[in-house]
Ligand binder design. Sequence first.
Ligand code: F6P
Length: 522
Amino acid sequence: MNSIRCDRTPAWTALQAEFEHTGRGFDLRAAFAADPQRFESFSQPAPHVFADLSKNLITPASEALLLALARQSGLEAHRDAMFGGTLINTTEHRAVMHWLLRNPPLAQTNKPHEAIKNVANELPDVHATLDAMLAYAEQVRADEHITDVVNIGIGGSDLGPQMAVLALDEFVLPGKRFHFVSNVDGHELAAVLKKVRPDNTLFLIASKTFTTIETMTNARSAKAWFEAQGGTDVARHFAALTTNVPAARAFGIDTTFGFWDWVGGRYSVWSAIGLPLAIAIGAAGFRQFLAGAHDMDEHFRSAPLARNLPVRLGLLDVWYRNFHGFTSRSIAPYHSALRRYPAYLQQLEMESNGKRVDTQGQALSFGTAPVLWGEPGTNGQHAYFQMLHQGTDVVPVEFVAVKQPRHTLPGHHTLLLANALAQAQALMLGKVDADGHRHFTGNRPSTFLLLDELNPTSLGALIALQEHRVFVSGSLWGINSFDQWGVELGKVLAKDVEARLASGDVSGLDGSTAGLLAQLRR
Ligand code: F6P
């Protein structure tokens, strides 16, 4: 695999010139006026997702150069290396194979791609684990005594299942409630424990490593609460989802579902970490979720770059971050069930691509992950959209809307969709007004993703699309999108500070931490 960092390619230099030439002064309104085909050129279907990229600050020429950048950087080889099981997570010496969790058994695959043969030996184990987990999920669904499922996990062991269970609320088995406890702040666990009873509760302890302090602290407290309330059958009321099965056993949990070190935490909703979702929507629903993602994997793996949606989105991310200098992207789901989708994407993109050195450890001279942020769109409209329309910074917005609602309340859905379209339109068109307060500059870019329906299949495809677009920008930037060393330092320091909070010892501490510690002990 021959990857070349994007800033060392001829296309990078050409893009700098292109930006000066047509990028800086580009005007969306003029571009639409000049090209009646613009929507067709910059929109495309992908599996279960339709995307309109036409309201972005790109031209056929700049997109062609971005595609050249991808080719010259070795994106295709890097992608194929991922799909071939190469150890592309070089700092942890691991393969990156969350996609394999969505791959049907080879016997059911029409035309298995060449590279999968390298890792086909993993598939039987993947499917045996999936089958066992889904059988367990069905057992829990059938168990009327279990009314509450409490997932205890953080980061990827929380955000994925939480986002997906909320998103697929319409498909959740009536009579089961789902709770997610991630914060080490005891208020969160205590609030859930007030609502549940030991006999009716299943605790899922979700942790890839089974060492994460927040999760272990919450798990210990939940187990202590369960036993203090007279609960005895730990095997029935606790299950662990982890790659570290021995640690789960040592903790006293015998019901375990494993996965593999080649599944990154933020890519783990497809693994045993997805058990809350499997219980919520059932085995068939979970298989649809995997199948939707697999369809997107196949698209990413095989579609020509110019019609490859994750590639086009990832290239746009590079264009905005490195040439336009935009530092953030706002996520605007026009569906209330997608309310944790922005938080999920924050971990996916910012933990993956928030890196300042390349795979060789060399400092980068260009920006990487933007800040992602957002809320359900209509709520955002009445909060921060003011800044999106009239603020001094340009923030590209990524809309997600759904054609078919699953409720029958008259009028609501048309109004919701009208708002989504109108916001994107207003960002682009702006409005001339002699009164500066009422003037909208317009020319503010947005992408519009459209699902026919929000269901397990389309959600799976949408999430896989996001995973792969993050791969694309990370690959061009030449960084390792699959490690997360940046979370380590704080963890180490917290241990030291915890001991000092007990002892009061401030020796050797910086002045601010010492001062705050003294305040806390006063
Ligand atoms: O601290 C960051 C992190 O390692 C994430 O990458 C991960 O998703 C989260 O913590 C939880 O880790 P674990 O599943 O091992 O408890």
